[in-house]
Design a binder for this molecule. Structure first.
Ligand code: MN
Length: 506
């Protein structure tokens, strides 16, 4: 069955040449089609995989690559050389190719037919050296790509291709994506700033500013009947505290929250945006800091960053798309406060309000509490815990001459005790490899305090994403030591400063 292709599709191209006769090329095509139909049907690969033919001449290969560039459906390509496919034939195509690709190093037949094998068989099934020739030309041209090795029915191979195709879908969705920065930055904060021109040139999304008054116009446009309906929906979906219910003393605050949600949705629809930021320092005309509204918009796939953090908003949007269909959930997060007990150091992650309910362990509670900053009325918000299990934190920082993605694998744990007085959604985690190494590494790498937290994605997807984006990635996991990480950061400065000079195309 064909999968939904709105997040883009993957094109499959098999390399060959005319040396072995037309029947051999026809056989390559038939075998490739069988592989494609298997990949397309694989549950591990969320995007449709489409066969785009056998590339057996430089002209054919270049034409497929140009077609891929022009196609709004093509998110990326899988390339495999069934037979030997001389690398020089690929130069023109690869030089023009602007879509990411994965090199699948596989072989049609899994097993060697020991008693039957002859030279015809050898000539047809020679990915073993055909793919090495293809690998050379990619490396010779300094083209970053992922190489996946193994038989095409091997579940581990499907898993690797699936991770890569998720990264591709995240990349694809960012191209041309619009992020609205409502209000500007939290005053004096550094890490949430950055070069929006560089982001658009390098990562494909645009960030434009809007006065909060532009949003307020949409909030005013929400009708009473829409607000009634949304408040009823809240009662269906959440444990709404008595004071906020229809008969409750503070129901009007819930209506204000609903009005903000309706306005924010309408605003983002009007701007055709997939992500946004807010700042508590610019709320003129809004009764509350948007909390509940932001939580629900994140649940629906919007990217969000607080305090003007547009890089996190874009990264969250990309990660939401990458995680589609997976269990877990993905949210804006903040490293908020620590538990530094000698028996085990932990991080309590939360934000003033804006944590996505997709990571909630149960039915969220809808509550109202005072907020010490922003100078507005008490905001409504969802409060919940996050279940134990593996997760990742990821942050995109702007180092002035480039972007860096920092990824830390963490283990979510249960809170030691109940947190009855904490009026916000929260997660407790133990970072890998250990708290001290993780925090020192993150800090040396310049990681922000606003990670995107995901229980759905793994560091592999994010590493693939960074390769596709052509940006630096710093992984903090079980293998990390501070001294090696610092060495890698120093080497990375040199590499990333001069990598453009090494690149084939300049
Ligand atoms: Mn914050």
């Amino acid at each position: 069955m064909m999968k939904e292709s709105k997040k883009g599709e993957i094109w499959f191209v098999a390399g060959s040449q005319h040396l072995y006769g037309e029947e051999a090329i026809a056989q390559v095509g038939r075998n490739a089609k069988e592989i494609v139909s298997s990949l397309d049907g694989a549950k591990a690969i969320p995007l449709a995989v489409v066969f785009k033919g056998v590339g057996s001449t430089p002209e054919q290969i270049r034409s497929i690559c140009l077609e891929a560039n022009a196609s709004s459906e093509c998110a990326g390509l899988i390339i495999w050389c069934h037979t030997f496919s001389p690398g020089k034939m690929w130069i023109g195509g690869l030089k023009s190719l602007q879509k990411p690709f994965v090199h699948l190093h596989t072989q049609f037949n899994r097993d060697l037919p020991w008693s039957e094998i002859d030279m015809d068989y050898m000539n047809l099934h020679q990915a073993a050296h055909g793919d090495r020739e293809f690998g050379f030309i990619c490396t010779r041209m300094r083209i970053e790509r992922k190489v996946v090795v193994g038989h095409w029915q091997d579940p581990e191979v499907l898993e690797r291709l699936g991770m890569w195709s998720r990264a591709v879908s995240g990349w694809h969705t960012l191209q041309g994506a619009k992020i609205c920065r409502i209000g500007d930055n939290m005053r004096e904060v550094s890490v949430t700033e950055g070069d929006k021109v560089a982001a658009e040139a390098c990562l494909g999304y645009s960030v434009n500013g809007f006065g909060v008054g532009d949003l307020v116009e949409f909030v005013k446009g929400a009708s009473d009947s829409e607000i009634d309906e949304l408040c009823a929906q809240y009662e269906d979906e959440y444990d709404v505290v008595a004071e906020l219910r229809e008969e409750g003393a503070r129901h009007e605050s819930l209506r204000d929250g609903a009005r903000i949600e309706l306005g924010l949705r309408a605003f983002l629809r009007a701007k055709d945006a997939v992500g946004f930021t807010t700042t508590f320092e610019d709320l003129h005309g809004l009764k509350q800091l948007p909390g509940l509204a932001v939580q629900r918009l994140m649940r629906d796939g919007y990217g969000f960053g607080a305090e003007g953090d547009w890089k996190t908003a874009a990264l969250l949007r990309a990660m939401k798309v990458m995680a589609e269909g997976l269990d877990g959930g993905t949210s804006f997060m903040e490293d908020y406060t620590y538990h530094l007990h000698p028996s085990g150091h932990k991080v309590l992650g939360a934000h003033m309000l804006e944590i996505c309910e997709s990571i909630a362990s149960g039915k969220p509670k809808l509550e109202i509490h005072p907020l010490g900053i922003g100078g507005k009325e008490d905001p409504v918000r969802l409060v919940f815990d996050v279940a134990a299990g593996p997760a990742v934190n990821a942050t995109m920082v702007d180092l002035g001459n480039r972007f860096r993605l920092v990824v830390n694998e963490v283990e979510v744990v249960d809170a030691d005790e109940a947190l009855p007085k904490l009026p916000v959604a929260r997660a407790v985690w133990e970072p890998k490899p250990d708290f001290k190494t993780s925090a020192a590494s993150w800090i040396y790498a310049g990681g922000s305090h606003h990670p995107v937290f995901s229980k759905a994605l793994t560091s592999e997807v994010l590493e693939d994403f960074a390769v596709i984006a052509g940006i630096e990635v710093v992984l903090i996991n079980d293998k990390t030591t501070v001294s090696e990480l610092r060495r890698d950061l120093r080497l990375g400065e040199v590499y990333h400063h001069s990598a453009k000079g090494f690149s084939f195309a300049g």
